[in-house]
Design a protein around this ligand. Structure first.
Ligand SMILES: *Cc1c(COP(=O)(O)O)cnc(C)c1O
Length: 216
């Protein structure tokens, strides 16, 4: 199932892109392999998928250390500032920069090692209490501090809309915040709404269960 699910997802991304006048090559698929058993992940890797997303630093390291060179790896789950060293060392992209303490820790660590993963700021577009991310009204100021005070290069924005609301307005809001801050990358859309996200300008979509099956 996974390899054909991969073809299916890629085809759906491509048609959503074309339907909105976009080049399908402008939308990356991030395969979210968190908690999946290796027998679900391996066929997708073998079929040529090269960008994977993980929620937890430790889990990502135990799954991917041996094959790290083969793939691009993105951290899409909350990062505790005491895990910054491992995360900077292990990930190509950290999509969940969302508070000053973390931005400061990333600044210190990237200066220490002389390299930085690509960074996204996570925005809590639904202002949900249980969810990570900077709230929309704080986003401009936080992005400015990341750039100015902490000297970080921010590549784009990421959001996870509320589960029980139409995602379109959240994707539109994320795009608006990105545009006014001169950011071109938008990580938005998951299994249930990635085609909508592509229509709203996603440059990467994060797909787990539609690709690998339900997580247990
Ligand atoms: C788990 C997760 C996904 C993938 O969710 P699916 O609905 O299984 O596609 C995407 N983004 C984030 C941040 C996640 O935690």
């Amino acid at each position: 199932m996974p390899a054909s699910a991969l073809d299916d997802i890629r085809a759906r991304i491509a048609s959503a892109a074309k339907a909105s006048g976009r080049d399908p090559a402008g939308v990356e698929l991030v395969a979210v392999s968190k908690t999946q058993p290796w027998e679900e992940v391996e066929p997708v890797l073998s079929a040529g998928q090269r960008i994977f997303g993980e929620n937890r630093v430790q889990e990502a390291m135990s799954r991917w250390t041996e094959r790290r060179a083969e793939i691009e790896l993105r951290l899409i789950g909350p990062l505790q500032s005491n895990k910054t060293r491992e995360a900077v060392d292990f990930f190509d992209v950290i999509e969940t920069v969302d508070r000053d303490k973390l931005a400061r820790a990333l600044a210190d660590e990237t200066q220490r090692v002389g390299k930085s993963p690509r960074l996204f700021v996570q925005v809590n577009t639904g202002e949900e209490e249980q969810k990570a991310g900077v709230i929309p009204t704080e986003a401009d100021a936080f992005i400015a501090r990341c750039r100015g005070e902490y000297g970080l290069t921010i590549e784009g924005l990421m959001c996870i809309p509320p589960a029980d609301a139409p995602p379109g307005p959240h994707f539109a809001l994320l795009r608006k915040i990105a545009q006014r801050n001169g950011l071109s990358k938008l990580s938005m859309g998951m299994s249930g709404d990635f085609e909508t996200a592509v229509r709203f300008g996603a440059t990467s979509v994060r797909v787990g269960s539609a690709l690998f099956g339900a997580r247990t």
